[in-house]
Design a protein around this ligand. Structure first.
Ligand SMILES: [Zn+2]
Length: 719
């Protein structure tokens, strides 16, 4: 679950995204007719209600390249004016001016990002391959502008800085440190090499992502008989039948090579041979030799990252990446991961023993293998807690839960949601709501909801900020979206989702609320623009509200009877909350550890397969589990720089999350207004205007402790 932040400070990295097949009209346009706002609607200011909205109805793929080119040129001209300003540098004429620059490119990149993530087709992918290195080079042109950096350096080191408002001082520090970290102080030859590296990386990230997508699209398993469907519940059969239609395999059932298709199959299929086949297909994405193999690309990415870190004066890529994170050093991140690793592995051995005992009782004479884990886990869940996931689903209607998250936002932040129909959307499945303050009726922002899977949309769930709140030239309000990949039901039928999916829905909505609560002046420190190991905290925190009785009684209603989920069933869910945490933690943590170790290895030439195998052996990885993302398909790490040496962030944030929820339980409970107000004031509204560690201390009165996390995952010492 990644946050896509379209306005990233200095646009340091062009995020490579994943795309898939979709055919659209190919209308040819030439550059001459499409690089001015009058002719290219992507360049125009956003018009319409709410201070303007994205013109999704006017997007055509051939418009992207000329729009990006024109917007980059415009921003470079703006930067040039700032750099060459004859007036002595001060905050207003340099830092604030930089904050005002690039608004056209921000707008174009928002649309570009939406197309990359949700509307991509081969035509768009070709644009991405061409533009990714150019966008990277463009970022370097700004951070390597010597006259500009000189001005920033002067302001940062001037005694007048202490006269600035705290938020202005923070923004100044961010510019200074980001420029330095991007090589502003390097000699010309080093700068040139750095820019070369960044462009090469941007190209490799795009290739890596497109390779994973190709293997997810091209590979699938066709089931042809009742015998091959053995064990699959109706919902899984329906999804497989729908997939068969899209794969032009009428009369069959198709298991796609994506997590949302594979995980349920591994959970329910009685056919051990097919489980193994499906498992192998999924874990080998990007690792099959041939044109879509990612191993050589990974070696190259790691070499380039190591060289870049050295150029910039850092020991390794991991040290460079973590410098401005909350963890600050790879050592601190490793310390946390190692503290959790051993208890998690110990729990896995217990889980496997439970599964093996059950398998032995069935008399199948099997030894638990990775493709058996989810299958027997589900059986143990039933045996231990009398809990069947399929029993919960009828109470989890997508639209009711959406009302549930709105209600929670109303209780915690006094937000009200009203449907809006007068704004354009990228696809007819997308709906929009206006967010206002319940009491004052003040307009707060817009929330776009894009819930269903479709061709051209990447898998998973995420939040995307279309426009960040700011008030540098008067109030600009937030526009955010939540995106997921539910299978659209038949007309008039409610979409039923799993408990995990419901949790994810609350999670992504947490990111949205982080954006909507933003109350800052400068755009680069707005909303979710916080360090990566802090950004998952607000979202993970929101997950806790799903299981509150207030939500379940009002919104977890049976789709046929309308009756709320029985307390007895809720009790079972709660009792089983720490069930299988060994698996979930080890699956995640092994990937996080491999990510960190790959980026601590320096410029050693790495064979990804061997490195993964050896590292896992050293760690004592249980052989019944595979990394959640194996190296050749690890998009978080090799699809961009985004989560590289940063996959630990989810655990880091979860320490904070578990500790923070304690503030509610120690108070009057999850709906304690006073605690919610502190949460808004010190966490959800401040963006990156204050150091996250300080912000958290203001909220909680102390630093986060690890105890709550260990308890949440069931690893605490049993008393
Ligand atoms: Zn998230």
């Amino acid at each position: 679950m990644r946050v896509l932040i379209t306005r990233s400070l200095m646009l340091l990295v062009a995020t490579a995204m994943i795309a898939s097949n979709l055919s659209v009209n190919n209308s040819a346009m030439s550059n001459e007719t499409t690089n001015n706002p009058a002719e290219n609607p992507l360049l125009a200011r956003w018009e319409g209600p709410f201070g303007g909205v994205p013109p999704f109805d006017r997007v055509q793929v051939p418009l992207f390249k000329p729009a990006l080119e024109a917007a980059m040129a415009e921003q470079l001209a703006e930067i040039d004016r700032i750099a060459k300003n004859p007036a002595a540098p001060d905050f207003e004429n340099t830092i604030a001016a930089l904050e005002r620059a690039g608004s056209t490119l921000d707008r174009v990149r928002t649309l570009y990002g939406v197309w990359a993530a949700t509307m991509a087709n081969p035509e768009f992918q070709a644009v991405q391959r061409e533009m990714a290195p150019r966008l990277a080079a463009f970022s370097d042109q700004i951070t390597q502008n010597e006259a500009l950096f000189k001005r920033i350096d002067t302001i940062y080191n001037s005694p007048a800085k202490s006269q600035l408002k705290p938020e202005q001082q923070r923004v100044t520090w961010l510019y200074y440190t980001n420029f330095v970290r991007a090589g502003a102080r390097l000699k010309p030859e080093a700068k040139a090499r750095l820019s070369q590296i960044n462009q090469q990386l941007a190209g490799l990230f795009t290739k890596f992502s497109q390779n994973v997508l190709a293997e997810e699209t091209d590979q699938f398993i066709v089931l042809k008989s009742e015998d091959e469907l053995a064990g699959l519940p109706q919902s899984v059969r329906d999804a497989a039948a729908a997939a068969a239609e899209t794969k032009k395999q009428p009369g069959t059932w198709v298991i796609m090579n994506t997590r949302s298709s594979i995980d349920p199959f591994l959970t329910y299929s009685d056919r051990r041979d097919l489980r193994e086949k499906a498992w192998r297909m999924f874990v080998n994405r990007g690792d099959n030799g041939g044109e879509h193999d990612n191993n050589a690309i990974i070696t190259e990415i790691l070499q380039l990252r190591a060289e870049r870190a050295k150029l910039l004066g850092y020991q390794t890529h991991a040290h460079w990446r973590l410098e401005n994170s909350m963890a600050q050093t790879p050592e601190r991140a490793m310390e946390l991961m190692e503290a959790v690793w051993k208890p998690a592995v110990a729990r896995v051995h217990e889980e496997v023993a439970d599964m093996q005992a059950l398998a032995d009782k069935e008399g199948g004479r099997i030894k638990i293998e990775p493709w058996d884990y989810r299958y027997y886990m589900e059986k143990v869940r039933k045996a231990k807690y009398d809990l069947d996931q399929n029993e919960i689903k009828p109470y989890l209607q997508l639209e009711k839960l959406r009302e549930g998250i709105f209600w929670v936002a109303g209780e915690l932040f006094n937000f009200n949601f009203t449907p809006v129909t007068n704004v354009p959307v990228a696809h007819t499945d997308i709906r929009v709501w206006e967010v206002t303050d319940k009491t004052t009726k003040r307009h707060i922002g817009l929330w776009y909801f894009d819930p269903y899977a479709r061709a051209g949309k990447r898998s998973g769930a995420w939040m995307n900020a279309y426009r960040a709140q700011e008030r540098i030239n008067g109030e600009i309000t937030t526009i955010v979206s939540n995106n997921s990949n539910f299978v659209k039901g038949k007309p008039g039928e409610p979409v039923l989702i799993s408990w995990d999916d419901a949790t994810t829905m609350f999670h992504e909505f947490g990111h949205a609320l982080h954006g909507l609560n933003s109350n800052v002046t400068y755009p680069s420190v707005s909303g979710t623009s916080v360090p990566r190991d802090y950004v998952e905290f607000p979202s993970q925190l929101l997950e806790h509200w799903l299981s509150t009785p207030q939500v379940l009684q009002r919104f977890a209603l049976h789709y046929q009877t309308g009756k709320p989920i029985p307390q007895e069933l809720v009790d079972k869910i709660m009792r089983s909350a720490t069930f299988n945490q060994g698996f979930a933690t080890v699956e995640y943590l092994s990937a996080a550890l491999v990510d960190m170790k790959l980026h601590l290895a320096g410029d050693k030439k790495i064979d990804p397969d061997a490195f993964e195998r050896e590292t896992l052996a050293e760690l004592g990885m249980p052989k019944e589990i595979v990394m959640r993302h194996r190296t050749p398909q690890f998009l978080h790490v090799f699809g961009s720089d985004g989560y590289s040496a940063g996959y630990y962030s989810y655990l880091w944030s979860d320490v904070i999350t578990a500790d923070a929820f304690g503030a509610f339980t120690e108070g009057k409970g999850p709906y304690d207004r006073a605690v919610a107000e502190r949460l808004r004031k010190f966490v959800f509204s401040v963006g990156n205007t204050v150091d996250p560690a300080d912000a958290y201390r203001s909220f909680r009165g102390r630093d986060p402790k690890i105890d709550a996390l260990m308890k949440k995952r069931g690893f605490a010492a049993k008393s």
